[in-house]
Write a protein that binds this ligand. Structure first.
Ligand SMILES: Nc1nc2c(ncn2[C@@H]2O[C@H](COP(=O)(O)OP(=O)(O)OP(=O)(O)O)[C@@H](O)[C@H]2O)c(=O)[nH]1
Ligand SMILES: [Zn+2]
Length: 215
C-alpha cells in the first residue's frame, strides 16, 4: 500500500514523486505475498513461522487485515447520497452520540478505540441516521490519525449533505500510547471539527457540546 524508506521499489519511488491527486493506485500485493510478509514478521519476533501453532497464522492475519482495513473498499460519498426531505420542517440539530469505532494509527498500525459524536444542522435534507455511523466506520477502517479521521468525517458530511453546519467530536484511547512507548494507561485524546454555524455561532457550538455531555 505505502512505500517504506529503505525498501522502496522503483514503482513506489516514482509513485511518491507524483502529486497525490494524480497518482495511479499502487498495485495491491497478492494474498500469498501478504502471507509471506506475515511469516517474515513472525520470524522477526524470534518465533518459528513453520511451527504447528503458527502455520495458519498468516492466513488468519491477512483475513483480519481485510476486516481492519475494509474501509478502503467503501465509498462514504455513496453512503450519504440517499437523503430524505419529508421531515415535517425539522431544522434543528441532529446528533448521533457515542458511535463506537476501532481504528489503527498510521504510525504504528496499533489500534485506537473510542467513540465519535456526529452532528449536523439540516438544510432541507436529512440522511438516514445509520449512514452517519457508516461514514465513521468507513474512515475508521483505514490507517488513520485521529485528527484526519475527525476532519474526513466532518468534510464528507459537509460536502455531500451541504447542511448549515457539521460538528464532529472524537474521543479515543491510543494503544500505541498505552501498550508501548510512553505507556500512559487511561489517557484519552479528544478532537473536534466544526463547520458552518457550528464554527461561526458560539451558541450552536455550545449546544452541541452540552448535548454530547448529556445535559
Ligand atoms: N497527532 C497524532 N499523533 C498520533 C496519533 N496516533 C499516534 N500518534 C503519535 O505519533 C507519534 C509518532 O512519533 P515518532 O517519534 O515518529 O514514533 P515513536 O518513536 O514510535 O514515538 P513514541 O510513541 O513517542 O515512542 C507518537 O507521538 C504517537 O503518540 C494520532 O492519531 N494523532
Ligand atoms: Zn500509534
Amino acid at each position: 500500500m505505502v512505500e517504506r524508506s529503505g525498501s522502496k521499489s522503483a514503482e513506489a519511488t516514482v509513485h511518491a514523486l507524483v502529486p497525490p491527486g494524480e497518482r495511479t493506485p499502487l498495485k495491491r500485493p497478492t494474498r500469498e505475498e501478504a502471507e509471506a510478509a506475515v511469516r517474515t514478521l513472525i520470524a522477526w519476533t524470534g518465533d518459528d513461522p513453520l511451527r504447528e501453532g503458527l502455520l495458519e497464522t498468516p492466513k488468519r492475519v491477512t483475513k483480519a487485515f481485510q476486516e481492519f482495513y475494509r474501509g478502503y473498499d467503501d465509498d462514504p460519498v455513496e453512503v450519504l447520497s440517499r437523503t430524505f426531505e419529508d421531515v415535517g420542517g425539522y431544522d434543528d440539530i441532529v446528533l448521533l452520540r457515542d458511535v463506537p469505532f476501532n481504528s489503527h494509527c498510521e504510525h504504528h498500525m496499533v489500534p485506537f478505540i473510542g467513540k465519535a459524536h456526529v452532528a449536523y444542522l439540516p438544510s432541507g435534507r436529512v440522511v438516514g441516521l445509520s449512514k452517519l455511523a457508516r461514514v465513521v466506520e468507513i474512515y475508521a477502517r483505514r490507517l488513520q490519525t485521529q485528527e484526519n479521521l475527525t476532519a474526513q468525517v466532518a468534510a464528507t458530511i459537509d460536502e455531500v449533505l451541504k447542511p448549515r453546519g457539521v460538528a464532529v467530536m472524537i474521543e479515543s484511547e491510543h494503544m500505541c500510547m498505552t501498550l508501548r512507548g510512553v505507556q500512559k494507561n487511561g489517557s484519552s485524546t479528544v478532537t473536534t471539527m466544526f463547520t458552518g454555524e457550528f464554527r461561526d455561532d458560539r451558541d450552536q457550538k455550545r449546544r452541541f457540546l452540552e448535548l454530547v455531555n448529556g445535559r
